[in-house]
Design a protein around this ligand. Sequence first.
Ligand SMILES: NC(=O)c1ccc[n+]([C@@H]2O[C@H](COP(=O)([O-])OP(=O)(O)OC[C@H]3O[C@@H](n4cnc5c(N)ncnc54)[C@H](OP(=O)(O)O)[C@@H]3O)[C@@H](O)[C@H]2O)c1
Length: 384
Amino acid sequence: MKVAVLGYGTVGVGVYEMLQAAEGLEAGPVLVRPGKENEAFKVSRIEDIVGDPTVDAVAEVMGGVEPAFSYAMAAIRAGKHFVTSNKALVAAKGVELNRAAREAGVSFLFSAACGGGVPILHNLARAVRTDEILSVGGILNGTTNFMLDQMQSTGKDYADALREAQELGYAEADPTADVTGLDALRKIMLACAVAWGVLPKEGLLNEGIDSLSAADVKDFMARGFVCRLVASGQPAPEGKVSAYVEPVLVRAGDAESAVLKNYNMARYEGRNAGPIAMIGQGAGRYPTASAVLRDLSGICVGEAAMFPADCVEGVADNSAAAHAYYVRLPEACADAFPVREVLAEDGETLRVLTETVSVQKMHETARALRKANNAVFFAAVREG
Ligand SMILES: NC(=O)c1ccc[n+]([C@@H]2O[C@H](COP(=O)([O-])OP(=O)(O)OC[C@H]3O[C@@H](n4cnc5c(N)ncnc54)[C@H](OP(=O)(O)O)[C@@H]3O)[C@@H](O)[C@H]2O)c1
């Protein structure tokens, strides 16, 4: 199968290199920007790929929604299989791409878009055929896991941990999508669509780690907790799904606490299979390229889709999910949540453990407090 590659950056170079050695796959042209066609295999016009009858499949590794979406639709309509690592594209346009690919009788796969090299979507898509999926989630962002690990193991503050992540190439120059939980949210959106056929586009909640301070880390570590940024997806009533991302305080013995550096831990629970977790590299040239190649070789043996045929866009409902939370907030805002226990107070800042609060209420209340210029950090507390 001859594969054209769209984009020749971090992942694109890895895909092109791996195609040279992959059994049953052949490297085709690579799309670069005009003026960058400095080698014979590079082209800068999408028409030279979608109009090339020798190209069987297109692997998109450029990023962004446009022009990636237009190029994807052009490739699919031209009868090419389509594989992508682009979570922003699939979160925004996945349902349309799924429909178009099925109509055209070609494959549409995107393993690398959730978990990088960790084969969570690949396994989930197979599991849904024979099992009922009860939940999906886990640590789906390596940048923030690296920063949390650094802050907790060395006492670094947030700014230093971010700088180090950027120096090591784990965080981009603009780290907003990672540190606010948006990147992990896009990944859990995809996992929900694979598991339950609903791609949630509204009602989603994401809290990142950008309000975490070294003082917070010191305090909750002294209480035996480790913080991880965790994405959660579950079915909700009336054909909806619950989908959110937030920091979670786990105990030292919990599986997430063993996920160090920039690793991911993706998990799902099947009614029959029980809980399954996979730990591995969630990003990086070769781990991500390996997931793209796995999809491409899967197409050679008939793998066609990850979203079910009737996959629809939907609304997230997070009203039933609820936890106790660790919250740091100004003393003047003490009555914002039902408090189970005051953990620390110094006349200005309060640290509390709340009663069980719905995820929806927690995120909305924190947003309202911040709007009124109050500094707040919160994390769900894993109990039991
Ligand atoms: N890096 C990872 O570890 C990783 C992991 C999982 C998923 N992903 C996803 O994989 C995708 C690619 O990531 P990346 O890290 O490889 O990004 P990258 O290093 O920025 O590479 C993207 C490449 O695509 C090129 N490009 C962008 N728009 C183009 C266009 N219209 N025409 C031709 N070329 C174009 C860029 O060229 P210019 O440099 O000239 O703009 C760049 O060479 C993203 O969707 C990302 O979310 C990445």
